[in-house]
Design a protein around this ligand. Structure first.
Ligand code: ATP
Length: 502
């Protein structure tokens, strides 16, 4: 008699999944097994193939080869609707919310008329309410326009939508990147709740601390193939990094001793239409000045106002030999300032243009010989380890993290004196982060001025010379980093520097 208990059928089982885009082997044999009620972390360097794998699961791309089973049944969604019908729902970093529709309508979105998932208008509120109930978020208003809700609540609507669609596997792609710490903690308890309900979650993140807190098991991809999988409790962050990068990353944060010079950029009493409110600061040559604050505190608006992307209501900007009320972006470039924006898709990069064009062209169109562009691009591709074919590849074909590196390469190529960097390591893998920290350190040591917005406190404390905290549009004083702790920054970010010091 066979007494061995049959192994439970995995919720999802993938074996030997392959996918090529032209000459790029995006996936070269992925194996992944996910149980019902399991939170599974999917980690890997930028370009390792995580998004491609999820797009195959969701029916966006068809695999070239490999086996896929959902609850034991062969599964190969022909299109995204088939993926959703099968119960695979993805929540991306860039949320898919219709801002003018109500919260309830957003929850039932994706269930088009004529399909099995369609919710008749009379049942919209009820379906939405039931989904929010399962998430323990009955406090969310159903009738307000979704665009008026916070980013965290909009994300909640997307997760509620996944439940309303009867999701079996929820894919969360870098879900905490735009959340405050409290909202991230709330998201974690919600993920645990989904796990208790027997739903499976694939959790993609470059934050290994999060992976360790939230996941039961993990899979590491490298160069499109599975290189490790197991129970999260049985591994360490260092071991995961080694699997991802193929080497040890010991000293992530670098900060060479250096002396700051005179001010390269000084702003006084700068006010935008909404934020900033009367911000003053000066960034010196040879220093990295960090801007901390909660999501929505006005740090992005401050950089945009300095660079001339948002209008300035009052105040003064001084950069190089120029001084005045407001610059235009071409003037900012001309005076040696460059910006890497947080939202690289909508304003940073021209996705249909090549890496070479994006790197070498500034805001002013001018003719540069293609061979010269390509040679320059090759240098940056090597220096920043941009994963691509060659410099002629369109930026839109690169993975998110590699697009970010191209945005940074553009500033380096133009040898700007003042670098305005808005969350430059968001969505960037740990090996590439190390490269970027080294670069920032080299730039500052060679006399450049760096103004760095980051929501990741270890990074701010690790690489900045001084840190200033922004709270509700007001900017506190820039103090040496030794004067700050994570706790002090959080306090100033929540209460404002003056109140927290009181
Ligand atoms: N539509 C496409 N056309 C050509 N190449 C593509 C396309 N989509 C992805 N790739 C390539 O496939 C590889 C895997 O990319 P993918 O986006 O899956 O990586 P990732 O692990 O999600 O990276 P990141 O952490 O940066 O988001 C990369 O080399 C990328 O350039």
């Amino acid at each position: 008699m066979n007494t061995a208990a049959a192994a439970p059928i995995p919720r999802l089982h993938l074996a030997g999944v392959r996918k090529r885009f032209g000459a790029t082997h995006a996936l070269a044999g992925v194996t992944l097994s996910l149980a019902a009620g399991e939170v599974h972390a999917l980690v890997g360097e930028n370009g390792a193939g995580k998004s491609t794998l999820m797009k195959i699961l969701a029916g966006v791309h068809a695999p070239d080869a490999g086996e896929m089973r959902l609850d034991g049944v062969p599964f190969r969604p022909a299109d995204p609707l088939a993926g959703r019908r099968a119960g695979i729902v993805m929540v991306h970093q860039e949320l898919a919310i219709a801002p003018h529709l109500s919260a309830a309508e957003n929850i039932v979105l994706g269930a088009e008329p004529g399909h099995a998932l369609f919710v008749p208008p009379g049942r919209v509120r009820q379906v939405a309410r039931e989904a929010l109930q399962q998430l323990g978020r009955t406090d969310l208003p159903l009738d307000v326009p979704a665009g008026s809700l916070s980013v965290a609540d909009q994300q909640m609507l997307e997760i509620a939508r996944a439940l309303a669609l009867g999701c079996r596997v929820l894919v969360l792609d870098e879900p905490t990147s735009s959340l405050t710490r409290e909202d991230a903690a709330r998201l974690f308890s919600l993920v645990r709740r989904l796990r208790e309900q027997g739903r499976s979650v694939i959790y993609i993140s470059h934050f290994l601390e999060e992976v360790q807190v939230i996941s039961d098991r993990y899979t590491v991809l490298r160069d499109g193939a599975t290189v490790g999988t197991g129970r999260t409790a049985d591994t360490t962050a260092a071991a995961l990094v080694r699997l991802m990068v193929g080497r040890d990353v010991n000293e992530l944060y670098v900060r060479s001793p250096r002396t700051a010079g005179d001010a390269a950029l000084a702003i006084t009493g700068l006010s935008g239409r909404h934020y900033p409110r009367g911000a003053s600061l000066s960034v010196r040559r040879g220093e990295v000045l960090g801007l901390a604050g909660l999501v929505g505190a006005g740090r992005t608006e401050l950089l945009r106002a300095i660079f001339g992307l948002d209008s300035v209501r009052a105040g003064n900007i001084r950069v190089a030999q120029w001084s005045g009320g407001a610059l235009t972006p071409p003037q900012a470039w001309a005076h040696g300032m460059g910006l890497v924006s947080e939202d690289r898709k909508s304003e940073g990069l021209a996705l249909t243009l090549s890496i070479a064009e994006n790197t070498t062209l500034a805001s002013l169109p001018r003719f540069v010989r293609p061979a010269v562009q390509l040679a320059a691009a090759r240098r940056w591709i090597e220096r920043l380890a941009i994963r691509c074919h060659d410099g002629a590849q369109p930026v839109g074909e690169l993975s998110g993290g590699n697009q970010q590196k191209v945005a940074l390469a553009r500033l380096l190529h133009h040898d700007v004196d003042v670098l305005l960097l808005d969350e430059p390591t968001r969505g960037i893998d740990v090996g590439a982060k190390e490269t970027i920290y080294r670069l920032i350190d080299e730039l500052a040591s060679s006399g450049k001025a760096v103004l760095l917005v980051s929501s990741y406190l270890p990074e701010l404390l690790g690489i900045c010379d001084r840190i200033a905290v922004m709270c509700r549009g007001a900017l506190g004083p820039a103090l040496p980093r030794e004067a700050w702790t994570e706790h002090a920054i959080m306090l100033a970010a929540t209460l404002g520097t003056h109140e927290s010091a009181a």
